[in-house]
Design a protein around this ligand. Structure first.
Ligand SMILES: [Zn+2]
Length: 145
């Protein structure tokens, strides 16, 4: 009788140990570089130091930035700080009267426009740079004043 109970206890103990092992297996994985058993949540293998898992959240970071930009634009539209401008009107103005800062006045940047008049389009450099940057802008484009 005593021996029987002993055996049953042993069996139970073995079963428990097996259960513990299977639980551990759920929380662990094998490193694909060195084959060692490591924690399932590990990104870098503690045994060999190799990266076993892709860093999560790195790809979603730019998306967050885009959302922030949208929020800013919305806020500015409400406050009236952003103006929609036609690209081709600005290009024609810039081409013919850029040295007078015509495109700057069109964008509502009066101070820069006056500056362009007195400096001949920031010594032609600002004029040329504006014309090139206007070429690459979408139509319509948005000006923040
Ligand atoms: Zn490893």
């Amino acid at each position: 009788m005593v021996a029987d109970i002993q055996t049953r206890d042993d069996t139970q103990a073995i079963t428990e140990t097996t259960a513990d092992n299977s639980l551990q297996t759920n929380n662990t994985k094998f490193c694909k570089h060195c084959g060692k058993k490591i924690a399932a949540a590990a990104i870098v293998c503690p045994a060999c130091g190799c990266q076993v898992e892709e860093m999560k959240g790195q790809n979603s970071a730019p998306n967050i930035t885009i959302t922030n930009t949208n929020t800013n634009t919305n806020t500015n539209t409400v406050s009236g700080g952003t103006y929609e401008r036609n690209k081709y009107v600005a290009l024609v103005l810039c081409f013919f009267f850029g040295w007078l800062g015509a495109h700057k006045f069109y964008e509502g940047k009066t101070f820069l426009g006056v500056l362009y008049i007195f400096t001949v389009g920031l010594f032609v450099i600002g004029w040329a740079a504006d014309f090139i940057s206007l070429l690459f802008k979408p139509n319509p484009y948005y000006v923040r004043v």
